[in-house]
Design a protein around this ligand. Structure first.
Ligand code: ATR
Length: 406
């Protein structure tokens, strides 16, 4: 790799050139001295001319040629000592090991027209969303890329505004931004209002008629922009329960573990879908009580209570973070509820693929599923909001499984 304008190899070549130059000068002086008597004080003019031309050639190739980059002598350079122009053309072609990746690795090279999407989280390095979304984007033939950004909660507002003015197509939000964003977007979709959290933002522009449309519809950048918040998590839960457990939820009896952000959305979605009975258990009981009160107010047909059920349930749904870390305890107290009393167990955690809860449920003969399907469906819904097209689920699922399970 070159260090500054002249590489180490180029400097070595210059030194050799200078030595040849002085050698040729000495030869010229010697010839001039020997032939002085016959041709006057300047020696033989023919020899003078030949030696001078050789000297000029050496100087031109080894020193001046480098500085002025004379194309007439560039062919002489050996391949490992290419001119600056040649080095740059190699870079553009994606020389392996250079900082620009090989273009062949992408389905489509990045261009000035490439638009971006991103997921914001804190932390976010573990996210499988870029793998899943980029696979979906490529399958739809869109000139977009999806990245991840570690955004601190106190800088979330600026990060959303930054993406908006840079004409991002949209962004996803993950822990701990979903509740904060409720106050930060310009407009809330019905889904975000209903489930009380934002996990998807669509950036929109105002057209000449004053209508707001997704940025994908504009040929040139619109003057006025706004952020539109959605929630796709809730639909992801019921879709995954249907697909992975064959469960419709309506009329079922469910034990829900956890009353954090995910537990809140899941409880509301189950109630809205027509679950018959809902039992909510959480370490901090007051949070479970708050959700129970909300459901009683909004969905009076649902029999909802805090605490473990007395008999059998159709589904145990884990919405706590217990099981994520090695050595975590089970998210439920088996002295108060036995998994023998559950028909199916769903864990929102997808890494590890089988949590201690799922292992215990399998041993008890329950149907089991992890949260991969939920992640897939909420992501697919986001891509549909941004693109206006049906998401390629098969391709996205394969990319997600590859990213998570290797
Ligand atoms: P998320 O947005 O993923 O739901 P969260 O809002 O932080 O994240 O919620 C985490 C859930 O896991 C909560 O239900 C939490 O219980 P508390 O409300 O009592 O905090 C639960 N949780 C986390 N660690 C736990 C632990 N060690 N024991 C029991 N429950 C735990």
């Amino acid at each position: 790799m070159a260090t500054g304008f002249w590489s180490r190899q180029e400097k070595a070549r210059s030194r050799t050139g200078l030595m040849v130059f002085f050698f040729a000068l000495a030869m010229w002086l010697l010839v001039a001295l020997i032939t002085r008597g016959e041709f006057g004080s300047w020696g033989n003019p023919g020899l003078f001319l030949i030696v001078s031309l050789v000297m000029l050639g050496i100087i031109g190739m080894d020193s001046l040629g480098r500085l002025t980059q004379l194309s007439a002598i560039a062919w002489w350079s050996p391949p490992n000592m290419t001119s600056s122009a040649q080095r740059h053309s190699n870079l553009d072609r994606g020389t392996p090991g250079r900082y620009i990746p090989r273009v062949a690795e992408h389905s489509q090279p990045l261009s000035a027209r490439t638009r971006l999407c991103a997921v914001y989280g804190f932390p976010v390095g573990h996210s499988a969303s870029p793998a899943m979304q980029n696979a979906g984007i490529a399958e739809l033939g869109l000139d977009w890329r999806y990245t991840a950004a570690e955004v601190r909660p106190e800088q979330l507002r600026e990060a959303i505004a930054g993406a908006q003015v840079m004409h991002y197509i949209g962004i996803n939000l993950t822990v701990p931004h979903k509740l904060l964003a409720l106050e930060m977007v310009d407009v809330l979709d019905e889904s975000a209002r209903e489930w009380g959290a934002v996990n998807t933002i669509l950036f929109e522009g105002q057209d000449d008629n004053g209508d707001w449309r997704a940025l994908r519809d504009f040929e040139t950048a619109p003057h006025r922009l706004r952020s539109h918040g959605f929630n796709t998590d809730a639909d992801g839960i019921t879709q995954s329960l249907r697909e992975d457990l064959g469960m419709e939820v309506r009329g079922e009896n469910v034990l829900l573990l956890g009353a954090g952000g995910a537990g809140h959305v899941a409880a509301l979605k189950l109630a809205a879908t027509g679950v018959r009975q809902l039992h909510i258990v959480n370490r901090t009981e007051s949070k479970a009580e708050a959700i129970v009160a909300e459901i009683r107010g909004r969905f009076p047909a649902v029999a909802v209570s805090v605490g473990y059920p007395g008999g059998k349930v159709d589904l145990v749904l884990n919405c706590t973070s217990l099981g994520l870390a090695k050595g975590d305890a089970l998210p439920l107290d088996i002295s108060l509820f036995s998994l023998d009393n559950a028909r199916a167990v769903y864990d929102m955690i997808y890494q590890p693929a089988e949590t201690p809860l799922l292992a215990a449920a399998r041993a008890a003969g329950c149907q089991t599923a992890n949260g991969l399907g939920m992640l897939l469906h909420q992501g697919a819904k986001s891509l549909e909001i941004w693109s206006g097209q049906t998401a390629p689920l098969k391709v996205m699922r394969a990319a997600l499984e590859e990213a998570v399970n290797g």
